[in-house]
Structure formats: C-alpha cells, structure tokens
Design a protein around this ligand. Structure first.
Ligand code: SAH
Ligand code: SF4
Length: 346
C-alpha cells in the first residue's frame, strides 16, 4: 500500500529524492507544494520533472480524499461529499457571503453524541478522522475555493460532521499545520472550533492556550431542557460548562461564541432568554442565534420570526452581543445540522 507523503519529514523526503537521482533542493520544493501551496496532486508541481512526479505518484498518496458529489445551492453554497480511502464519506461546505468565504469542515465520520436535532447525530458514530485526512480536506477546500469562487478561504469553522473535542489531537494537528508561520500562515483568528461542551477538553484547550476561537453549542441554559435534546448534557452539566468556560477565559482571555438554535416552543420563551443571559454573565460572549434547519426529525420546528425578534431584543436589553445567522444551503441539505451521509460501510 502507498504511504502518505505527508508522513515524511523534509529529511526523509530529501533522502528519497537523492536516492532517485534528484538534487536535494527538489525535496524542499516538493515539501513546499505539499505544505505551503495546497497541492492535491503531483501534477501541480510544475517545477519538478515529470519523471520524478510520476515516481512520487507511484510511491505516495498526496491527498487521501476524493470528491464523491458536489451540490450547489441557489444561494451559492457548495456542499461536497468527500470519500475517504476506506470508503467512508464525510461532508464539507463552502459558504460564500458578501465579503468572505467560509469552509465548514468535518472532524469525525458521524458523531457519537446524538443531539436529537442534528442529522449527523442521528447517523451515529463511525470513526475519527485522522490528522492527515483533516488536513487533506482543508487543502481540497482551499483548492476548490480558488477554482469555484476565484478567491482564497477567509474562515474555517469546525462545524461539519463530528465533535472536534472528542478528536482534539487530530483536529489541532491539522489546524496547526495550516496556521504555522512556516507553512500557510493561516490566521488562527479565522478558525473556529465548535463543541457541544466537552468540559475536560475545553480545559485542555485552555491549558495549551489554543489560539483558535471556541464556540459552544448551548441551545438551552436550562439543564433539564438541554438534556432532552442534547444527551451530552447528562455527562457535562451546565455548571461544569460554566466552570470550564470561566477557566478558559481566565487562561486565554478569549471571548466565547455561544450558538443557540431557536426551536419553536422548546427554548424560545422569555424565561429561556433570561436563563441564557444569566449563563452568559460569567465570561465575555457573543451569541449566534441559529434558525433551526429541518432534518428528518419531526420533534422540532423553527421559532416564528416574532419570537426570534423578541428573544434577541431581550438579550440586547442585557447588553449582550447577538447575531442572527442566516442559514445557507438548506435547499441542498448543506446547512448546519443537515450533514449526514449514508455511512453504512463498516
Ligand atoms: N459537534 C460540534 C460541531 C458540529 S455541529 C457541535 O455540536 O458544536 C455544528 C453546529 O450546527 C452546532 O452548533 C449544532 O448545534 C448546529 N446544528 C446541528 N443541527 C442543527 C440544525 N438542525 N439546525 C441548525 N443548527 C444545527
Ligand atoms: Fe454531534 Fe454536534 Fe451534531 Fe451534536 S450537534 S450530534 S455534537 S455534530
């Protein structure tokens, strides 16, 4: 079986190049194609001889991910079903807005946490993505950004399939590779990791002073309600979450984004807004209100626009920064929570 070329250090690649009659600097050029210039194929390496490119192509994989399907929304959003080497599939989304292009990436095949409103949660957990798969996914999306939108990526959000904090090392390894000054130098400020609230890992992120933004999928600031649609709340209560976020803020000084989907009649009343406001008193936050995107589940309905307005007005009256997010790509099942591929392969 071919090995992934990203497993080779520069020294190893140099030894390989020299063994195959190349000068050492060819290895450095190849290394730059891989880590700095988002190459997803050896063909792109135009300053390398065709013969050496063919040799490398015979010996190594350079990108382990293939595009299985592309869907384009009427709003311009593009969803990609991406196939991993073992046949499992993940989904990633490119989301254009007026002034920026955002990539939403996956960190796991499926998700073990089973949030009732989330299509990924309903498909269950298949496996973690490894660091190279996450990196390969980002390289592919960077390529597609240029090809389809004629621009480079502005933001990366780890909000696709999976719970990144349950695959933290691999997720960070991939993100660190693109934000490293010697590689792509992608600003950590433009990367957001979203979690349903795995408190032990939030503390680890604080201890390591991770430079990426942190977003919390809260959806209710009332424990018993939250547990009803987010089983993860049984293990990590809101008071544990508050402690972890206080700790995170103390250590990093970062503001935290709170994501809150408004479900009709479940978490959109005045008392829910009041609980949310008091949850947010312990650390600086920005709240993103997310309209519910329908999934196969019949249990949830989006809040009415009158209720959304009231909810937001209440929070603003408490001087909290609130943004109403507009869903993108829902016509192609590419919006938040709609990512689920038929992953029956084992
Ligand atoms: N597992 C992580 C990251 C992936 S989910 C997490 O839960 O944060 C990304 C975001 O999409 C989360 O805020 C999630 O709550 C939200 N989401 C899930 N299902 C949704 C739906 N049906 N409508 C709108 N947002 C949804
Ligand atoms: Fe997993 Fe996030 Fe979906 Fe919950 S919302 S099931 S944590 S992907």
């Amino acid at each position: 079986m071919k090995t992934h070329i990203k497993n080779l250090s520069l020294q190893e690649l140099t030894d390989y190049a020299v063994q195959h009659g190349q000068q050492a600097f060819r290895a450095k050029q190849t290394f730059e194609w891989i880590w700095k210039k988002t190459a997803v194929s050896f063909d792109e390496m135009t300053n390398i001889s065709a013969e050496f490119r063919q040799k490398m192509n015979a010996d190594f994989i350079i990108n382990s991910i293939e595009i299985a399907e592309e869907k384009v929304s009427s709003d311009g959003t593009r969803k990609y079903v991406l196939q991993l080497a073992d046949g499992h599939q993940i989904e990633s989304v490119l989301i254009p807005s007026k002034d920026r292009l955002t990539a939403c990436i996956s960190s796991q095949v499926g998700c073990a946490l089973g949030c009732r409103f989330c299509a990924t949660g309903n498909m269950g957990f298949v496996r973690d993505m490894d660091a190279l798969e996450i990196h390969d996914q980002i390289m592919l999306l960077m390529k597609l950004a240029v090809e389809k939108f004629h621009t480079s990526l502005d933001n990366i959000v780890v909000m696709g399939m999976g719970e990144p904090l349950l695959n933290l090392n691999n997720t960070l390894a991939a993100l660190d590779k693109i934000s490293d000054k010697t590689t792509l130098n992608f600003s950590p400020q433009r990367i957001t990791i979203s979690t349903s609230g795995i408190t032990s890992e939030i503390k680890k992120m604080a201890d390591k002073n991770i430079p990426y933004h942190l977003a919390i999928s809260l959806h209710s600031a009332n424990d018993s309600k939250r547990k009803q649609f987010m089983p993860v709340g049984n293990k990590y209560s809101l008071s544990m979450l508050t402690d972890a976020l206080k700790y995170y803020h103390q250590k990093t000084g970062n503001r935290i984004t709170i994501e809150y989907i408004l479900f009709d009649g479940l978490n959109d009343a005045n008392e829910d807004a009041a609980s949310l406001a008091s949850f947010c008193r312990s650390f600086p936050v920005k709240i993103n209100i997310i309209p519910y995107n329908s999934t196969a589940s019949q249990l949830f309905k989006p809040s009415s626009s009158a209720n959304i307005k009231k909810f937001i007005a209440f929070l603003e009256s408490k001087n909290i920064i609130v943004n109403l997010r507009h869903s993108k790509g829902s016509d192609i099942q590419a919006a938040c929570g709609q990512l689920a591929k038929n992953n029956t392969l084992k």
